[in-house]
Design a protein around this ligand. Sequence first.
Ligand SMILES: [Zn+2]
Length: 91
Amino acid sequence: MDQDWRLRGQEEYLKGAELCRKRYERYSESWDHDHCEFCWAKFAEEDLIPDALHKGYATADNYRWICEQCFKDFKERFGWRLIESQGETEG
Ligand SMILES: [Zn+2]
């Protein structure tokens, strides 16, 4: 009924997930970018791809990334919990 084009069964792995707002970091040295789990916006490190997104919401292992807009649109539906990012709050 409220089917959104961005939804493709992400509930299976993102329902109730803990997400952290952070600067994009590659999950692995072997790839240079990621895509939003929902809308496929591109994430990359700034020096590699300047016009990509450089910040977003990620799972603790940096494996799954969600852009600001999709986070806003789906946070209630998915029941995400926002956790403090480590290392960025000090100083
Ligand atoms: Zn998105």
